[in-house]
Design a protein around this ligand. Structure first.
Ligand SMILES: Cc1cc2nc3c(=O)[nH]c(=O)nc-3n(C[C@H](O)[C@H](O)[C@H](O)COP(=O)(O)OP(=O)(O)OC[C@H]3O[C@@H](n4cnc5c(N)ncnc54)[C@H](O)[C@@H]3O)c2cc1C
Length: 618
């Protein structure tokens, strides 16, 4: 008989580290207490994090493994979510965690993005599958808030931000995955101005559930006669149950669940096949009305940006808990003697944290987790600065928005890739125990794999970076990014502790700039095939440079702060840990930038030149 799965919390977060990033490194305090964050002070931010973490451990953390084991069920055409999700949903919205950054007009607390992104890390890390239902409702509501007509905003936004109604994002079809423009869903105009929707969407997260009284699907479809490809797609609001203008519910809207997927991870999240209009009675309206026909992709991009950041944060969230659980295990598990007594069979067994290779894995995980988190907080920090400067400083807004645009593919792709790899390293740290369900890391690893696939595979992110983002604003955003690194290098290259590592960062930034030019040269000299071949590598080079920069910046701050800490205070080792992680990353990961540059310079085309039949003889 297999062991029962217990409803106990195993989620761990390091709030000292989160507060360091927010207040010591990114100086969130400078923005608090002033428009548009006048209601927020440092105490409110710190208390929110503490309280949200408590809520996560008490309410959704205990449901993570049980929901994974139980999964979702499709019964009589309706999805039943795992035990405990309904009560957790109610509790989530009562506590207000999901609406913390929502405009107060729609019932939110108007918090800075920097806080929101860390709250999201807690919610997602404690129970990724549960977090997805609310995440999609939030993202869909945000699209209506930005692009909807006044009437649509009033009908949908508050209800969706408050969890009364759920939401989804319906792009994928069997023949239209990465190739979104191949969508075959159609919309036919009715005499009353609405549209009849017909089509099948697959892999729709939260496509149906029993948590909210209605679900608002945002569906990409083509109005009959519209252009082919992405240019002819319109985004439709298609509720599961038709809604009257006063919010009361009418009849069912002919949206049915064809099936739910059996998956590797995030088993508590229902991934649905949705059939729209099997009986010709599915009604939708374009987001923003008829004036916004064929604007589906630009509108979706808005949602995708938020969703892409959220997916990067999902990667950070499980990686962080995997790392923190691995430390606990490594301190308890005794195995083998110290290397200094390797010939003595009677030498005492030591906790595995004393073994060099385990320490290497722990520090590797620490550096990657803290680095990708710093990247996400940096992005959110730029978003907050945009909001603070809007209407006051156009150049400042352009600079910060440019950095947001540039960092989105890095946070999504590097955050999700590294998140998965950290979970895998956590399993290795545990040994065999990590491979079993007695510990949380095997679930984290299964849950984390999807992050590099959905919301646009990581190759799609890399192409977004090299094909769109590098050249945006005539290349000014990328120049500003490299310029910011060079300023840090100039100020810190003679630092007594991190100076040599900072110099390495300077060379990496120069190499990165040179390789951005190499990509441009490939574009311009007709060597287009090389661009997608090396796009992922370039994204990795840029992410590694950015992470090294942010870790070293944190280390420089930690070095100063450490001098002021009383001996024996926990902050002494906290700051020492920050310095060690930065030096480790700079010496063990950052050199990869130069290696990759050498690989790009080779212009190897083996993967393009090998005949299809040459891959294998079967
Ligand atoms: C659990 C789960 C939840 C999901 N949730 C949602 C959701 O809520 N809403 C939604 O709309 N979709 C959702 N998806 C779908 C998801 O976004 C797609 O799976 C993803 O975009 C990739 O599409 P695909 O699976 O068709 O793969 P494909 O597009 O077939 O890609 C297969 C491989 O080919 C590569 N590839 C494809 N095209 C190119 C190209 N032009 N150049 C180079 N390489 C290429 C890809 O990078 C990938 O490696 C979900 C999927 C899963 C598994």
């Amino acid at each position: 008989m297999s062991k029962p799965i217990q409803a106990i919390n195993r989620y761990k977060a390091d709030l000292r580290e989160v507060n360091f990033l927010l207040f010591e490194q990114f100086k969130l305090g400078e923005l608090l207490g002033k428009a548009p964050f006048e209601a927020w002070g440092e105490d409110e931010v710190r208390t929110s994090l503490t309280e949200c973490y408590r809520w996560c451990r008490e309410v959704v953390g205990p449901l993570n493994a049980t929901a994974d084991a139980q999964g979702c069920k499709l019964e009589n055409g309706a999805v039943k979510t795992p035990d405990g999700f309904k009560a957790a949903w109610k509790s989530l919205y009562e506590a207000g965690w999901k609406s913390i950054a929502v405009d107060p007009h729609y019932g939110g607390a108007g918090a800075p993005h920097s806080l929101q992104v860390m709250i999201e890390e807690l919610l997602s890390g404690a129970n990724t599958a549960f977090g997805m239902y609310a995440g999609l409702a939030y993202g869909a509501a945000e699209v209506i808030e930005i692009f909807g007509t006044q009437e649509q905003k009033e009908l949908y936004c508050q209800r969706m931000f408050s969890g009364k109604w759920g939401g989804t994002m319906c792009l994928t079809e069997p023949q239209a995955g990465s190739d979104v423009g191949a969508s075959k869903s159609v919309a036919t105009k009715n005499a009353d101005g609405t549209y009849t929707i017909r089509g099948t969407k697959i892999f729709i997260s939260g496509g149906d559930h029993d948590l909210a009284e209605n679900i608002v699907h945002l569906v990409l479809a083509r109005v009959e006669g519209a252009p082919a490809g992405t240019k002819g797609l319109t985004l439709f609001i298609v509720p599961k149950i038709r809604a009257n203008a006063d919010g009361s519910l009418g009849e069912s809207n002919d949206v049915s669940v064809g099936a739910i997927e059996h998956k590797m991870g995030i088993n508590g999240s229902a991934t649905c096949v949705l059939n729209f209009g099997e009986n010709g009675k599915c009604i939708g309206v374009p987001v923003g009305g008829d004036a916004k026909l064929n604007q589906g992709m630009p509108q979706m991009f808005k949602m995708m940006n938020g969703a892409r950041i959220a997916v990067g944060v999902q990667g950070i969230s499980v990686a962080s808990s995997a790392f923190l659980n691995a430390i606990e295990y490594a301190k308890e598990r005794k195995q083998g003697a110290s290397i200094t007594h390797w010939k003595d069979a009677t030498a005492p067994r030591v906790p595995i944290i004393e073994h060099a290779d385990v320490r290497r894995m722990l520090l590797d995980m620490k550096a990657r987790v803290e680095g990708i988190r710093a990247l996400a907080v940096k992005l959110a920090h730029h978003q907050d600065r945009v909001r603070a400067l809007e209407g006051k400083d156009e150049a400042g807004v352009a600079y910060h928005q440019g950095q947001v645009d540039l960092l989105v593919p890095l946070v999504k792709a590097y955050g999700s890739d590294q998140g998965f790899r950290v979970c895998e390293t956590a399993i290795q740290t545990y040994g065999g125990a990590g491979y079993t369900r007695d510990y949380p890391v095997e679930q984290y690893c299964r849950d984390a794999k999807i992050f590099s696939i959905y919301e646009g595979t990581n190759h799609i992110q890399a192409m977004d970076l090299v094909g769109r983002k590098l050249g945006q604003a005539g290349g000014a955003n990328m120049q500003a990014f490299v310029g910011d690194i060079q300023k840090f290098v100039a100020a810190n290259s003679t630092h007594p502790v991190i100076g040599p590592a900072v110099k390495k960062l300077g060379s990496a930034a120069e190499t990165l700039g040179g390789n951005a030019m190499r990509l441009l040269m490939w574009f311009q000299s007709g060597q287009m095939g090389l661009v997608p071949l090396y796009a992922n590598r370039f994204l990795e080079m840029m992410s590694e440079t950015a992470v090294a920069w942010l870790l070293l910046e944190g280390a420089a701050i930690a070095h100063e702060k450490k001098k002021t800490v009383a001996a024996g205070h926990p902050d002494e080792s906290f700051y020492a840990g920050k310095i060690a992680a930065a030096l480790y990353y700079a010496k063990n990961v950052l050199p990869g930038v130069e290696d990759k540059a050498r690989i790009l310079a080779e212009e190897d085309k083996s993967a393009l030149e090998i005949p299809d039949a040459g891959f294998a003889t079967v």
